[in-house]
Design a protein around this ligand. Structure first.
Ligand code: AGP
Length: 607
């Protein structure tokens, strides 16, 4: 999704803007640009492709004192320099960057053309610049207020005007926009990554808010011009956590970080005295938790797979009927809200529009929705009726890895709480805590297999299609393994329940299509071995991710990756790591852009 950075202050703004855009690259983009004030007027520099193309044409000597920058993820209009942001009005004195989609832009474009405006791009954003010009009578804030009242759709936008040096106006509706408060300088940005090197003091703008910013001041108001007093929050993340820390890619760093991020997610939340868990943000009393008769989880992508794992666990460990749904499907299904049903919205970014709008629809119908998010202050986190931050630290790679296991960690702790309120014994509760706390060390053991996993990736990645098969609580892990592979290596991959292979997919089996089986040494072990034999007997190549010491798989699989033995419900944590590494090394071997795969965005803030 698009990235926005705006700056007013005493630093040379071109440098601040370019640094900010570098931090925002992870959001996914296909062009970039900056607009910087100068004595001769706005200097606007834009380019398509990667940021290095922009860096190559920006004057090497930093310049300007305020400015705006943007990384564009194309929605309206192709990837061209003219469609790249910033956009200006006819006079060239108003410049704007925008994230979101203006649904009525074509009608507005026609109205503007009738008034003599000449638009140069195919974008909805440029329409906003000309509307501001149309509304401007000397007060930029008022012009923006009047303009946004005409817009239908979503926006996070930052506006500058040459006649108002050292001022920016920001507005937010449906697309994230935060304000960084510095000493004699202010920032507006899509997320904390762009400003954390300069300040950790942040204000989270809400939908329907406008902010007027100068280096020494800011004023926030609603669309009716009522002044709103905002609290300053402190970003909890450290600036260095946005660095690669010596890894070749953010994705590899974040895969290895899981032995720490899972610990962070459990910190202070496991209670051995009562063999239960504590999640402060649930905002639910014990009585309310005891009344829960059903759990429904909504999410997208990887977060949906974490929800599927959580649903299995809630049913098996806490005896609570639970299921996970794709958020965009639930939203338009006209869902029936059953009483005593607790909903969860799982979202790493906390900004995924499909999940946000599904949550709002559930809340509109009276449902209680808890958010499981990573980004503090994100929209889903703020609008949910309570919830849990997963504390996995910033996840920069588009392919989600550590957030997946951290989301599971939070939901496992919730399951422990619910199970111990129902029939789970003290001893079983302690065992659950023991198994959870043993996960990080088990992950470190698996990391030692990275060279073997890399070799397997190189052996099988030159294929058209890859099948991932698991059963029970590992069925969602198979789906997640398929998503990881396809989204960064561009190999078609499908994850499904191992038993299902004989109901159709087995027709796909040939010596070129690898089948990866998740083989756990639990009650389903022999069933999975049978499924493997069905593939083997038809000439299929098999990779097995299996519990260490499992002799059965060696006679069937062509390649085996071992994970430490554990209890059935902990395998999703362990099995995920080889699948993440397999995807990583496959993408590397195929020369893909591992951290920013083509067409993808880290936070999908469009429907
Ligand atoms: C996961 O690797 C993908 N990048 C994508 O499926 C992602 O999980 C999905 O867009 C949901 O994002 P969220 O967790 O921020 O809501």
């Amino acid at each position: 999704m698009c990235g926005i950075i705006g700056y007013v202050g005493k630093k040379p703004s071109s440098e601040v803007l370019l640094e900010g855009l570098k931090r925002l690259e992870y959001r996914g983009y296909d062009s970039a640009g900056i607009c910087v004030d100068s004595p001769e007027g706005f200097k606007i520099i834009k380019s398509t492709g990667k940021l290095k193309n922009l860096l190559a044409i920006v004057p090497p000597r930093p310049f300007g004192h305020n400015g705006i920058g943007h990384t564009r993820w194309a929605t309206h209009g192709g990837v061209t320099e003219s469609n790249a942001h910033p956009h200006t009005d006819c006079s060239g004195k108003i410049a704007i960057v925008h994230n979101g989609i203006i649904e009525n832009y074509e009608k507005l474009r026609e109205l503007l053309k009738d008034k003599g405006h000449s638009l140069k791009s195919d974008t909805d954003t440029e329409v906003i610049a000309h509307l501001i010009e149309q509304c401007y009578k000397g007060d930029l804030t008022k012009a923006v207020l009047e303009t946004v009242s005409l817009l239908k759709g979503t926006y996070g936008l930052v506006v500058m005007h040459q006649d108002h040096p050292d001022m920016m106006v920001g507005a937010r509706n449906g697309s994230p926009l935060i304000m960084g408060v510095g000493d004699g300088e202010m920032f507006l940005a899509s997320d904390a990554s762009a400003i954390i090197s300069y300040t950790k003091q942040v204000i989270y703008l809400q939908d329907g808010e406008i902010v007027t910013v100068t280096p020494e001041s800011f004023q926030t108001m609603d669309l009716d011009e009522n002044i709103i007093n905002k609290d300053i929050d402190i970003i909890e993340w450290q600036a260095e956590s946005f660095e690669k820390a010596g890894y070749d890619h953010y994705m590899l760093k974040e895969i290895y970080e899981q032995s720490e991020s899972i610990v962070r997610g459990m910190k202070g939340r496991l209670d051995r005295t009562h063999a239960t868990g504590h999640l402060g943000g649930l905002n639910m009393t014990t009585e309310e938790l005891l009344k829960v008769e059903r759990v429904v989880i909504i999410a997208a992508g990887t977060s949906y797979h974490a929800g599927l794992v959580a649903a299995y666990l809630l049913e098996s460990m806490a005896g609570i009927p639970a299921h996970a749904e794709i958020a965009s499907e639930l939203r338009y299904r006209n869902p029936i809200i059953e009483k005593n049903t607790l909903y969860f919205a799982i979202s790493q970014s906390g900004e995924t529009m499909d999940t946000l709008y599904a949550m709002r629809e559930l809340q509109r119908k009276g449902a209680r929705v808890l958010g499981i998010c990573n980004v503090v202050g994100s929209t889903i986190a703020r609008e949910s009726d309570g919830g849990v931050y997963i504390h996995s630290g910033p996840e920069i790679a588009v392919a989600s890895t550590k957030a997946f296991t951290s989301q599971m960690t939070a939901m496992y702790i919730f399951t422990l709480i619910m199970a111990r309120l129902r029939n789970m014994s003290f001893e079983d509760g302690l065992e659950f805590i023991d198994e959870m706390e043993a996960v990080p060390e088990k992950l470190k053991t698996i990391f030692k297999s990275a060279p073997k996993i890399e070799a397997i990736a190189k052996k099988y990645c030159h294929t058209e299609s890859f099948l991932f098969l698991g059963r029970g609580i590992n069925y969602p892990v198979a789906m997640e393994g398929a998503l990881k592979l396809k989204e960064i290596s561009y190999i078609h991959a499908e994850g499904f329940s191992a038993a299902e292979i004989k109901h159709g997919p087995i027709a796909l089996i040939n010596e070129k299509t690898p089948s990866l089986f998740l083989v756990t040494d639990d009650r389903l072990h022999d069933k999975i071995i049978s499924n493997m034999k069905e593939v083997k007997s038809r000439g299929g190549k098999i990779i097995a991710v299996a519990a260490e010491g499992d002799k059965d798989v060696y006679g069937i699989a062509d390649d085996v990756i071992e994970v430490p033995k554990t209890v059935e419900y902990i395998y999703p944590f362990l099995m995920s790591i080889p699948l993440q590494l397999l995807a990583y090394y496959s993408a590397l071997e195929l020369g893909r852009d591992v951290d920013q795969p083509k067409n993808l965005a880290k936070s999908v803030t469009v429907e």
